[in-house]
Design a protein around this ligand. Structure first.
Ligand code: UD1
Ligand code: CA
Length: 449
C-alpha cells in the first residue's frame, strides 16, 4: 500500500494571552500571518495534504489561507486539548497506511528540515510509533519536558504537571510529531483528562505508544529558537526579530549589503540582486523583485515593486510600481500605485506619482503631482507642476509628449494632451490641448506669439 504522508496543524486555541480580538494565528510576523509559516514549511517538505484544526471564530479568517496551500480546515467546537484536536483532525482524514505529521500553528520559525528530521526518525526502523522533535532550552521554560529512561524517551510532562525534579530537565517537547498513522489511531482514543488543565494532552500518546510496543525516536533540533511558540505579543516580537535576521542573512549571503539588519524589515520571498545595498530604516515587502547594484534607503518603504538594475531610491515610498534601470528616486518621493517608470527617469524630492507612466529619461525633479498621466521620453516636468486629474467626480488623464518642457508651477487641467516638444510657461494654467511644438503661457494659457 502507498505510504501517505499527511499533516494535521492545530490552530483552534483562542490565543488568550495575545489579548486580542484577532485570532492568534493571524497575527503577523514579517508580513505573513503566523499560520503561513508552518503551512509553508510543510509544503516545502513535500507535505501538501494538510488539515488545519480551527474553531468557529477562527475558521472564516484562516480557511482562505489554508486553501492557498491546498489544505482544508476542520472545526473543533470545544477546545478540549491538543489530543482532542488531533482526534478531530484524524476523523477528517480517511485512514491510510502512512505517516501523520502534527504541528502547532503558532510556530513561525519552523523549517522544512525540522519536519524532514522528524520523518526520518519515524522511518528510521520498522515498528517506530513516533518521531518526536525535541530541543534543549534555557530554563525556566513553559515547554513540556521530555523525560528519558536511559537513552529512550519515556514520556512528556507538561510544565504545570512537573515535579520539582522534572522541572530541571532542559530537553523540551517542540510540538512537532511524525506519527506512524496506525499506531496513532490505535491509541488516540485512550487519552484521559487526568491532569492540571483537565484536557486531553497529545503528549500523553507517548506513554501509550511505548506501552503498545511502539517506540518513540527523538529528533533533536540543535537550534531551540526555531521551535519557539508564539503565545503573547512579546514572543511575537521576538519571533519577528529572529525571522527578520534570518531573511537578512539569506540576502547578505547572496551578495546584498544590508547596512543595519536590525532596522531593515524584510518579508519572505523577496528577490534582491547582488551588490545591491539596503540602508537603515527600510522596509521591503510584498511581491518585490529588486535588480542588481540597486541602492535603497535610508528611511524607505518598498512594496509590490519591480526595480531594475542600478536604481537609486533614497528616503522614499515606492508601492505597486515598476521601475526601469538606472532610475533615481527621492529623497522624499511617493510613488503610490500603478506606475511604470522607464529607464533613466529622475523623480526628485516631494514628487508624488500615481497611476502614471514615465517614459525613458523623463525628469520630474522637484515638487510635483503626476496622477493618471503619461509622460513622454525626456520630457521635463518643472517644479510645482500639478496634473489636475480630478474634477470632483471623475478622474481624467494627462498626456505629455516626448521632450515637452513643462514650466515651473504649470497647472495641467485634465483631460489634456500636450504635444511632443511643446512648452508651457512658468505658472501656466493649461485648460486646452497644446499641439506638438506649440508654446503656451499665462492663465488661461494661450499661444506665445
Ligand atoms: C504545547 C505542548 C507542550 C509543548 C508546547 C510547544 C501539549 C499538551 N503541550 O503546550 O508539551 O512543549 O506546546 O510549543 O500539547 N490547540 C487546539 N485545540 C485545543 C488546544 C490547543 O487546536 O483544544 C492548538 C493551539 O491553537 C496551539 C496548539 O494547539 O496552536 C498548542 O496549544 P497551546 O495551548 O499553545 O499548547 P502549549 O501550552 O504551548
Ligand atoms: Ca503554544
Amino acid at each position: 500500500m502507498e505510504r501517505a504522508t499527511r499533516a494535521i496543524v492545530l490552530a483552534a486555541g483562542m490565543g488568550t494571552r495575545m489579548k486580542s480580538s484577532r485570532p492568534k494565528v493571524l497575527h503577523e510576523v514579517c508580513g505573513r500571518p503566523l499560520l503561513w509559516y508552518p503551512l509553508r514549511a510543510l509544503a516545502t517538505a513535500g507535505i501538501r495534504d494538510t488539515v488545519v484544526v480551527t474553531n468557529a471564530v477562527v475558521d472564516p479568517h484562516v480557511a482562505p489561507l489554508v486553501a492557498e496551500f491546498g489544505g482544508r480546515t476542520v472545526i473543533q467546537e470545544q477546545q478540549r486539548g491538543t489530543g482532542h484536536a488531533v482526534q478531530i483532525g484524524l476523523r477528517a482524514l480517511p485512514p491510510a497506511a502512512g505517516t501523520i505529521v502534527v504541528a502547532y500553528g503558532d510556530m513561525p520559525l519552523v523549517t522544512p528540515e525540522i519536519f524532514a528530521d522528524a520523518l526520518a526518525a519515524v522511518w528510521s526502523h520498522d515498528g517506530v510509533g513516533l518521531g518526536l522533535t525535541t530541543a534543549r532550552m534555557p530554563l525556566p521554560s513553559s515547554f513540556g519536558r521530555v523525560i528519558r529512561s536511559g537513552e529512550a524517551v519515556a514520556r512528556i510532562v507538561e510544565e504545570r504537571d512537573c515535579s520539582p525534579e522534572e522541572r530541571t530537565v532542559d530537553e523540551m517537547n517542540a510540538g512537532i510529531y511524525a506519527f506512524d498513522e496506525h499506531s496513532l489511531r490505535a491509541v488516540i482514543d485512550d487519552l484521559s483528562a487526568d491532569n492540571a488543565q483537565q484536557e486531553l494532552y497529545l503528549t500523553d500518546t507517548i506513554e501509550l505508544l511505548i506501552r503498545a510496543g511502539r517506540p518513540v525516536v527523538p529528533a533533536v533540533c540543535a537550534d531551540h529558537r526555531l521551535v519557539l511558540g508564539v503565545n503573547d505579543r512579546i514572543e511575537l516580537a521576538e519571533a519577528r526579530a529572529i525571522l527578520n535576521r534570518t531573511l537578512c542573512d539569506q540576502h547578505m549571503r547572496a551578495g546584498v549589503t544590508i547596512v543595519d539588519p536590525a532596522t531593515t524589515y524584510l518579508e519572505p520571498d523577496l528577490i534582491i540582486g547582488a551588490d545591491s545595498v539596503v540602508y537603515p530604516n527600510t522596509a521591503i515587502g510584498g511581491k518585490t523583485a529588486i535588480g542588481a547594484r540597486v541602492t535603497v534607503g535610508p528611511n524607505s518603504r518598498i512594496s509590490n515593486a519591480t526595480i531594475g538594475d542600478g536604481v537609486q531610491i533614497t528616503e522614499s515610498v515606492v508601492l505597486d510600481t515598476q521601475v526601469g534601470a538606472h532610475v533615481r528616486i527621492g529623497p522624499f518621493a511617493h510613488l503610490r500605485q500603478g506606475n511604470v517608470v522607464g529607464a533613466d527617469v529622475h523623480i526628485g524630492n516631494f514628487v508624488e506619482v500615481k497611476n502614471t507612466t514615465l517614459h525613458a529619461g523623463a525628469k520630474a525633479n522637484h515638487l510635483a503631482y503626476l496622477g493618471d498621466a503619461e509622460i513622454g521620453e525626456r520630457a521635463n516636468i518643472g517644479a510645482g507642476t500639478i496634473t489636475c486629474n480630478f474634477d470632483g467626480t471623475s478622474k481624467h488623464r494627462t498626456e505629455i509628449g516626448a521632450r515637452a518642457f513643462i514650466g515651473s508651477n504649470s497647472t495641467l487641467v485634465a483631460p489634456l494632451r500636450i504635444g511632443a516638444g511643446a512648452l508651457t510657461g512658468a505658472g501656466a494654467v493649461v485648460i486646452r490641448d497644446v499641439a506638438d511644438g506649440e508654446r503656451v503661457v499665462g492663465n488661461p494659457a494661450r499661444p506665445l506669439k
